[in-house]
Design a protein around this ligand. Structure first.
Ligand code: FE
Length: 149
């Protein structure tokens, strides 16, 4: 189980190696993503709170990256954070998400990205539920829910 100290260490000193990499040109991303997905995932945009697909959805399944299909989160780690965005307290695996410091908008936050294709997902905060205390605040645009295998 990842703790906040792990997240800060990954952001500072480097993330675990993913088991594969997916890379595309900017034009390539524009081709496969919707304009909304492109704005969030490749331009680090933020979708509106509450008016997004998975905010209030608790269907069982896996949440994969909308850009490369990699496993990011499981519905079992999804919880209601009253933030207006889908929130998870753990990722699907230690190497699923990549962490980076984000000093934009006059704040220091930790950005969450797909570790396989570097698409922007959202941010991680240390105010989630016990025992891990993590809150992954994620844009629905970056996710696709699929049924469990
Ligand atoms: Fe990805």
């Amino acid at each position: 189980m990842l703790q906040w100290t792990d997240i800060v260490r990954y952001a500072k000193y480097g993330n675990p190696e993913p088991d594969r990499r997916v890379e595309r040109t900017d034009a390539g991303w524009q081709e496969i993503l919707t304009p909304g997905q492109y704005r969030v995932m490749r331009q680090k945009g933020t979708e509106p709170p509450y008016r997004n697909l998975y905010c209030r959805s608790y269907e069982p399944g896996r949440y994969v990256c909308a850009g490369c299909g990699s496993d990011l989160f499981n519905s079992t780690e999804k919880y209601h954070a009253i933030s207006g965005w889908p929130s998870f307290t753990q990722p699907a695996g230690k190497a699923a998400v990549k962490y980076a410091f984000d000093d934009s908008h006059g704040m220091t936050r930790i950005e969450a990205l797909c570790n396989v294709c570097d698409s922007h997902l959202g941010h991680v905060f240390p105010d989630g539920p016990e025992p891990a205390g993590l809150r992954y605040c994620i844009n629905s645009q970056s996710l696709r829910r699929v049924d469990n295998r």
